[in-house]
Design a protein around this ligand. Structure first.
Ligand SMILES: [Zn+2]
Length: 100
């Protein structure tokens, strides 16, 4: 598998949310995979999420680069439109397939 195929697979398999236990009160904290900080819902302790979630830095960097590249205004609207086209294609063709 090429490096880029490996990165794509790792992104496709990435869960949207992770859970971890608060180190102060042991409450379960649920965070979005790319979230950097979260407060414990029970005791309020601020956690650095990337110390807990299992998303390697390479994947975070790729996703962050795409998010920045998406731009704003008309560029971002076109980005979202393309995303919708891809998702519509995946619905018709099955998970993991491409619209093109
Ligand atoms: Zn806590």
């Amino acid at each position: 598998m090429s490096d880029i195929s490996s990165i794509i697979s790792r992104i496709q398999e990435l869960p949207h949310y992770f859970k971890f236990k608060c180190r102060a009160c042991a409450a379960e904290v649920r965070v979005y995979a790319l979230q950097i900080h979260a407060n414990c819902p029970q005791c309020g302790l601020k956690h650095r999420c990337r110390a807990y979630v299992e998303v390697d830095e390479e994947i975070q960097d790729v996703i962050d680069a795409v998010l920045v590249w998406a731009g704003k205004g008309a560029s971002f609207a076109a980005f979202i439109q393309r995303r919708e086209e891809i998702l519509a294609g995946e619905k018709k063709e099955g998970k993991g397939s491409r619209a093109e």
